[in-house]
Write a protein that binds this ligand. Structure first.
Ligand code: UDX
Ligand code: UDX
Length: 465
């Protein structure tokens, strides 16, 4: 079997960085080099101060500290790393297109194509190319065509190996994966050899029965489908949360009751202000786009509904704040607890918080945010990205502070946008004493003890209750 001794990963982001750190820590005999075009990002991965790594993940620091400069390297020398590696992971971003055909829906594959062309230019020996980024089904064909037309007599094998890690638990998800999926060309000996070579890397720490082998297209499509199904569960329970609020049913009780059915299962049934993150919306939009392009309009509409309910849920939460505050938040201070798209991460991509903030800023509220991991600069970047008003207005109306009690001081309402554990343990009496009255709490994550807060004097509103 082909033994891999050098790996290159293009893209040192949320996926590439942690994934390669775990591979390096589990396979000390393999040299793993993570490359990126962004020198600042690479400098942070190489920083002596492990608190400066560009990605925050519980357990990541320790894994990086153990392997870095032993067999794990971070570099901007993309070509050198491609040249020496037998296996190259493509882990660059594939955002939703912001221009041209498929704008707002299709995945933008320009970075993936650039990687493929760069590999084709530089390679002098056989390479196994692994798609790690989430890609539309049949992207491997594009990569293959580029490779086959590069004019070199080199054997390129393309594999699809989608990442299922969730942020905040990335290291644990990688170390104890439910499954690893490898798609490849099983019809040729070279294809099977490439699949086995990749499988043998994971077999350093996972049992072989966790490694699923499929054809390329099933693997590519499985990633989109997995995210669509997960998001669909959140939208399903969020749609029911609206009904609960009108019928005195309690959405957490309903979720508990249906989740106890082993056919349904209990995970991903937590009602919330809406899902965020870099993947769910992007991947579903991509799925919708692919279905439409293939004339499957009914299928496209079905999945579009998952996004529609998510937008509805974010809007509904913001509207409730306005109506509860006597139909106006103009000039009122609203405190946000949390900005990240979920707890234990500094990632804010597609966070519900920015959409709720945008809605309230339209109503000319003043927002003060406390998030344990997100900077004010990032919050303003997120808002400016929406391009709904002048940037100077965003920075005049939204501020972040480093102390949660200060964020809540003199506020008319506290809105909880992220489920950070620390919010539960706050001195809520102290928060209440320093707020304007009546003091409102809008709990977008159902994490506070509503009964206790009501006894203090708060007017508490939770999702689906
Ligand atoms: C990305 C994709 O968004 C996701 O679909 C996929 O599943 C995994 O890769 P993520 O790692 O979270 O997710 O993206 P990001 O944190 O933006 O990292 C991508 C990195 O690639 C960036 O650091 C960027 O500088 C780098 N990059 C991008 C290159 O090195 N070369 C390029 O041509 C483009
Ligand atoms: C997701 C997938 O879980 C992962 O397998 C894939 O590789 C990348 O996309 P991630 O975006 O990191 O991971 O986070 P995830 O934990 O799935 O949460 C996504 C969003 O859904 C978050 O905003 C979260 O708060 C929300 N969510 C999740 C809920 O509102 N309710 C739930 O029950 C679960």
């Amino acid at each position: 079997m082909k033994k891999i001794s050098k790996i290159c990963c293009i893209g040192a982001g949320y996926v590439g960085g942690p994934t390669m750190a775990v591979i390096a820590s589990k396979c000390p005999e393999i040299k793993v080099t993570v490359v990126d075009v962004n020198p600042e990002r690479i400098a942070r991965w190489n920083s002596d101060n492990l608190d400066e790594l560009p990605v925050y993940e519980p357990g990541l620091k320790e894994v990086v500290a153990g392997a870095r400069n032993r067999n794990l390297f971070f570099s901007t020398d993309v070509e050198q790393s491609i040249r020496e590696a037998e296996m190259i992971f493509i882990s660059v971003n594939t955002p939703t297109k912001t221009y041209g055909k498929g704008k707002g829906m299709a995945a933008d594959l320009k970075y993936v194509e650039l990687c493929a062309r760069q590999i084709a230019d530089v390679a002098t020996e056989d390479k196994i190319i692994v798609e790690k980024s989430t890609l539309p089904v049949r992207t491997a064909q594009t990569i293959r065509t580029i490779m086959e037309n590069c004019g070199k007599h080199i054997n390129f094998q393309i594999l699809s190996n989608p990442e299922f890690l969730a942020e905040g638990t990335a290291i644990a998800d990688l170390q104890n994966a439910d499954r690893v999926l490898i798609g490849g060309d099983r019809s040729t000996p070279e294809g099977r050899e490439a699949i086995d070579a990749l499988a043998s890397i994971y077999e350093h720490w996972l049992s072989p029965d966790k490694i699923l082998r499929t054809n390329l297209w099933s693997s590519e499509l499985s990633k989109l489908t997995a995210n669509a199904f997960l998001a669909q569960r959140v939208s399903s329970i969020n749609s029911i949360s609206a009904l609960c609020e009108m019928t005195e049913a309690d959405v957490d009780e309903v979720a508990g009751a249906i989740g106890a059915d082993s056919r349904i299962g209990s995970k991903f049934l937590k009602a919330s202000v809406g899902f965020g993150g870099s993947c769910f919306q992007k991947d579903i939009l991509n799925l919708v786009y692919i279905c439409k392009s293939l004339g499957l309009n009914d299928v496209a509409e079905y999945w579009q509904g998952v996004i529609d309910i998510n937008n509805y849920q974010k809007r509904r939460f913001a509207e409730k704040i306005v109506t509860s505050l006597f139909n106006t938040v103009a000039g009122k201070k609203i405190a946000f607890l949390g900005w990240a798209f979920k707890k234990d991460t500094n990632d804010t991509r597609e966070t519900a918080a920015m959409y709720v903030a945008d809605y309230l800023l339209d109503e000319t509220a003043n927002i003060t945010v406390y998030d344990p991991k997100v900077t004010q600069t990032q919050m303003l970047t997120d808002l400016n990205y929406l391009a709904t008003r002048e940037e100077s207005k965003n920075s005049a109306m939204l501020h972040s502070v480093k102390d949660p009690y200060e964020a809540c001081k003199d506020a008319h309402a506290v809105a909880i946008l992220t489920e950070w554990d620390e919010f539960k343990g706050y001195d809520w009496q102290k928060i209440y004493d320093n707020m304007k009255k009546p003091a409102f709490v809008f709990d977008g994550r159902n994490i506070v003890d509503a009964e206790k807060l009501r006894n203090i004097g708060f007017k508490v509103s939770q999702i689906g209750k």
